[in-house]
Design a protein around this ligand. Structure first.
Ligand SMILES: *Cc1c(COP(=O)(O)O)cnc(C)c1O
Length: 364
């Protein structure tokens, strides 16, 4: 079909949506193992028990999934101590971001989020035809919740708060969050995106699943992609008020969470001991990498500071040097996520990948 032009009229909002740029694939280097530490993936393959469930569920794919994902919703509800009508599952938490924009926003309305934060937020805002209101992070990469609350007006429908924040890794404290919620009108839906919650070792972070009952306008997002290592299967979930959960179901892609994904997610919740150990190892690696890089003079939010990364990645605020440093790391087999003019986000991967980063500190 090359060469032929296409006259299809698209929705005006679609024209302005940037095309998706995939995380870079590692470049093969002679004699050097390349590591892709650009997508915040879990470096560990699925546990044998989960693989077995995946293989078994493969035998059922001639059937549609249960449209209500009853078993998975029940397993999540039990695991987190909430009611099934507080839980919606989605094709990754990112699909739930789309659904949240679709149930709240439309042309003439506004969606507020910090910037820089998760790249899906501006896109889902545009898909819904709403206007994005981006509130700059503080100079140390934290949410400026006072400024975000001040940005609320009568057009505001949705606010994304990302904690730990992708890509800076900082958390929003419970005190900050409660103060913020006290300022946001109760008709505005607030999303606390906790995609990296399992990696958080701070003692003061807001925990959405513990507090959503206090705030009917709060919905929490979690995912099986990061700590649970099921990124390729696409399962995320939302926890919130039944009114919001029911609305999310209305705009969901029918049968989106598939038979294999659902079975693997249930199995991961049933036996999470080894998964939790793996998360603990990644957290220990995060501290090791942060400590070593700091000792070598690399600028990274210090351990114990309020800007410390509590996710499975670290953030190097390299500003104008970002692209040049990323290219140097890539030439040495380490593919990182570059935000030109801002910084680099580097996933905590297998020990060998983390060692490589430390070895390459001289290039940073
Ligand atoms: C990775 C990520 C998600 C969701 O990932 P899914 O794979 O779609 O579940 C959501 N929010 C943030 C901030 C993320 O980094």
């Amino acid at each position: 079909m090359t060469g032929q032009s296409c006259d299809v009229t698209l929705r005006s909002t679609v024209e302005v949506i940037p095309s998706y740029k995939a995380g870079k694939r590692p470049v093969p280097l002679d004699g050097v193992t390349a590591y892709k530490v650009s997508s915040n993936e879990n470096p560990y393959p699925p546990l044998p028990a989960v693989r077995e469930v995946i293989a078994t569920a493969g035998g059922d794919v001639n059937r549609y999934p249960d449209p209500a994902n009853t078993e998975l919703v029940a397993a999540i509800a039990t695991y987190h101590g909430v009611d099934p009508d507080n839980v919606a599952v989605g094709v990754g938490a990112v699909a739930l971001c789309y659904q949240l924009a679709l149930i709240t926003s439309e042309p003439g309305t506004e969606v507020i989020f910090a910037w820089r934060s998760f790249e899906a937020y501006p896109i889902v805002t545009q898909v819904a035809g709403a206007a994005a209101v981006q509130v700059p992070l503080t100079s140390d990469g934290r949410h400026d919740l006072d400024a975000m609350a001040a940005a609320v007006n009568s057009a505001t429908r949705l606010i994304f708060v990302c904690s730990p924040n992708n890509p800076t890794g900082s958390i929003v404290s419970k005190a900050e969050f409660d103060d913020f919620m006290s300022k946001v009108p109760s008709n505005v839906l607030v999303v606390l995106d906790e995609a990296y919650a399992e990696f958080d070792r701070s003692d003061d972070a807001a925990h959405g699943i513990e507090t959503f009952r206090e705030y009917p306008n709060l919905v929490v997002l979690r995912t099986f992609s990061k700590a649970y290592g099921l990124a390729g299967l696409r399962v995320g979930f939302a926890v919130g008020h039944p009114k919001v959960i029911e609305a999310l179901g209305k705009v969901a892609l029918p049968f989106g969470v598939n038979v294999i994904a659902s079975a693997a997610a249930v199995a991961s919740l049933e036996d999470d001991v080894e998964l939790i150990e793996r998360v603990d190892q990644l957290v220990a690696e995060r501290a090791r990498v942060t400590g070593e890089l700091t000792a070598l003079g690399v600028q990274v939010a210090a351990l114990g500071s309020s800007a410390e990364s509590q996710a499975n990645f670290i953030w190097l605020p390299l500003g104008e040097r970002s692209v040049e440093v990323a290219e140097a790391l890539e030439a040495q087999g380490l593919t990182v996520r570059t935000f030109a003019g801002e910084g680099l986000r580097i996933t905590i991967g297998e020990v060998e990948a983390n060692d490589r980063l430390i070895e390459l500190a001289e290039f940073i």
